[in-house]
Design a protein around this ligand. Structure first.
Ligand SMILES: O=C(O)C1=C[C@@H](OP(=O)(O)O)[C@@H](O)[C@H](O)C1
Ligand SMILES: C=C(OP(=O)(O)O)C(=O)O
Length: 429
């Protein structure tokens, strides 16, 4: 299915952004590993999260809806099972870790063509060092055989929350020390959520990097979790607010964990009106109401260290940079080539098709904005949800409509994207 975005007048209102995808995967997996029944309010109901829900059901957990909430009852995991992770890297990598620490459980994980092209040894090598049985190479399908694991001290370079989380989840099955060291901190939702389930993971800023260590208490007790709105999904309506002249958009209850808010800090530096209000703690995470107002944008310079806090928002940031007046530089984007598509290449090609000059300079992306963008292009999304949403956002502020060649996969992370954008006044359909 193709979709087009046509230039729109000012966008106004509150965007209904669904629950955070990273937290939704973790809530289901930890709920399935816990004793008792976990209630999840605000779970993202998307294709990627559905893949995790199906996987934990096949491993033995009970998953059911209760009004707007979801309930997960943990049970001893059973195998062998075959798990189709679809398009979801988080499903595959976190579940490999969780299964690795469960003696007697065998899981054969597979995925779609995009996921099967993504590297997995970053997870399976440390899990094998801990003692898990791994069959397969760097790509799915891979079989994981759970075992009584030993401990590990793993240097996680480049920083990856999926790798760190897989190791922490595996570590729940051993009493040995489990430590992950990262050059810059990756998102810490697993650590925060472990606390809600009665476990601890401490984080220290040591001389060799950020050190995350699993505490001694390793059995999980069911809890009630409230998941905030996803900042990676909110990025699209909020960037649209920044680039469509005269717009103001609000997202209520958005997760503003500082390891996820890089985009919003950069947008503010570029000159957009970004305001946070009503900050509160919800299930250990900070959430707030976030408002973005359009303004003339200055270019930005993003360093390697800042990228992990906005890795999934780079396509949205690139769109904002296209409308900034001058050259923006975003450094350290090597990992962007290894997502659902080569997002680096897709951004450069898509911007060029829309009349914006952008070049890859090693792992840095240089975007030469001129304040206005022509548009008038059909974009090859390469089956990537974030590329599709980014260029539909661009089309709302360009001089001519922008079409994307495929839009179904938007449902992997933000199923109501089109309706939400339309409710704000965008002309997408
Ligand atoms: O842990 C997570 O939930 C995620 C971590 C990030 O990946 P990496 O761990 O590869 O950085 C991110 O890109 C992905 O969308 C979700
Ligand atoms: C990279 C992403 O997700 P995953 O790694 O879970 O496929 C994403 O949602 O942008």
């Amino acid at each position: 299915m193709k979709l087009s975005a046509r230039p729109a007048g000012p966008l106004q209102g509150e965007a209904e952004v669904p629950g955070d995808k990273s937290c939704s995967h973790r809530a289901l997996i930890l709920g399935a590993m816990a004793e008792g029944e976990t209630r999840i309010s605000g779970l993202l109901e998307s294709d990627d999260v559905a893949a995790t829900a199906r996987a934990i059901e096949s491993l033995g957990a009970e998953v059911r809806r209760d009004g707007k909430d979801w309930l997960v009852r943990g049970r001893p995991w059973e195998g062998p099972v075959a798990i189709d992770c679809g398009n979801s890297g988080t499903t595959a990598r976190l579940l490999m870790g969780a299964v690795a620490g469960m003696p007697g459980v065998h899981a054969m994980l597979s995925g779609d063509a995009s996921l099967a092209a993504r590297p997995m040894q970053r997870v399976t090598l440390p899990l094998a060092r801990m003692g898990a049985g791994i069959q397969g190479g760097d790509h799915l399908p891979i079989t994981v055989e759970g075992a009584l694991l030993g401990g590990i001290e793993h240097r996680n370079v480049p920083a990856s929350a999926q790798v760190k989380s897989a190791i922490l989840l595996a570590g729940l099955g051993t009493s040995a020390p489990v430590t992950v060291i990262e050059p810059v901190p990756s998102r810490d939702h697993t650590e925060i959520m472990l606390h809600q389930f009665g476990c601890q993971a401490s984080v220290d800023d040591g001389p060799n990097g950020w050190v995350t260590s699993l505490g001694a208490q390793r059995t999980l007790a069911a809890c009630h979790l409230h998941i905030g709105a996803d900042p990676s999904s909110a990025a699209f309506p909020l960037v649209a607010a920044a680039i469509v002249s005269g717009s103001t958009i609000m997202v209520r209850g958005m997760l503003v964990n500082p390891l996820r808010t890089g985009l919003y800090e950069v947008l503010e530096r570029m000159g957009a009106g970004v305001e946070l209000s009503g900050e509160r703690i919800q299930s250990g995470e900070i959430v707030a109401d976030v408002q973005v107002r359009a303004a003339p944008l200055a270019p930005c310079h993003v360093s390697v260290q800042q990228v992990p806090a906005m890795i999934d928002e780079i396509p949205a940031l690139a769109v904002a940079c296209a409308f900034a007046d001058g050259e923006s530089i975003i450094e350290g984007l090597g990992e962007l080539r290894l997502k659902e598509s080569d997002r680096f290449g897709a951004i450069v090609a898509g911007l060029a098709a829309c009349g914006v000059s952008a070049v890859a300079d090693g792992d840095a992306l240089r975007i030469f904005g001129g304040g206005k963008v022509r548009g008038g292009a059909s974009i090859a999304t390469q089956g990537d949800h974030r590329i599709a949403m980014a260029f539909l956002t661009l089309g709302s502020a360009a001089e001519q409509p922008v079409e994307v060649d495929e839009a179904e996969m938007i449902g992997t992370s933000f199923p109501g994207f089109v309706e939400v954008m339309q409710s704000l006044g965008a002309d997408i359909g």
